[in-house]
Design a protein around this ligand. Structure first.
Ligand code: AMP
Length: 177
């Protein structure tokens, strides 16, 4: 087995499933279990750091809130700047925002208007890709500022929900279900 496949198997065994959370019918994939194993967390960040989407970017945009964990580790590992896309009421200053539908409910994400200044190519990172609304909303925020998105990186992709079809740029996921 390749080292990549060994890592994927280890991660799959580490994740925990919570049926009917936060709503009935949703199988919640808890990625936070990875953080209890720093060796595995470190291997995961190293793996993601090799993705072309990440290599080709000048800065990382991480999505509220679990995306922050993986985004900040990647930022430190690669010494690439980190920008946070946050829920309403969290960021000060002039904001740009986008509202979208979720697998459960709807949501709005914001960026500080000047946060993208000085860079042109951004990769987006989140813990999980479900219906794709979240990542696509952040992609649109960046594209609307006439910037480039090198792609989206997620730890987990729920393929049946076809979230990557909503995303205009390339998508790379570590674990696919
Ligand atoms: P979506 O916009 O449908 O792709 O949803 C992605 C966002 O919602 C991510 O930020 C995830 O953290 C969260 N999310 C959606 N579905 C799940 C799920 N089944 N398990 C864990 N997190 C989820």
């Amino acid at each position: 087995m390749s080292s990549e496949n060994i890592l994927i198997e280890k991660l799959k065994h580490t994740l925990r499933d919570y049926p009917d959370f936060p709503k009935k019918g949703i199988l919640f994939k808890d990625v936070l279990t990875i953080l209890k194993n720093p060796e595995l967390f470190s291997e995961l960040i190293k793996e993601i750091s090799n993705y072309e989407i990440v290599r080709n970017s000048e800065a990382i945009v991480a999505i509220d809130a679990r995306g922050f964990i993986f985004g900040s580790a990647l930022s430190l590992f690669l010494k690439k700047p980190l920008i946070l896309a946050r829920k309403p009421g969290k960021l000060p200053g002039e904001l740009i925002s986008n509202t979208y539908d979720l697998e459960y409910g709807s949501n709005t994400l914001c960026l500080q208007k000047d946060s993208l200044e000085g860079f042109n190519k951004f990769c987006i990172i989140d813990d999980l890709l479900a219906t794709g609304g979240t990542a696509a909303a952040v992609e649109d925020l960046i594209l609307n500022q006439s910037k480039t998105v090198t792609g989206l990186v997620v730890v987990v992709e729920l393929q049946d929900l076809e979230g990557r079809r909503k995303f205009k740029s390339p998508v790379n996921s570590v674990i696919k279900f």
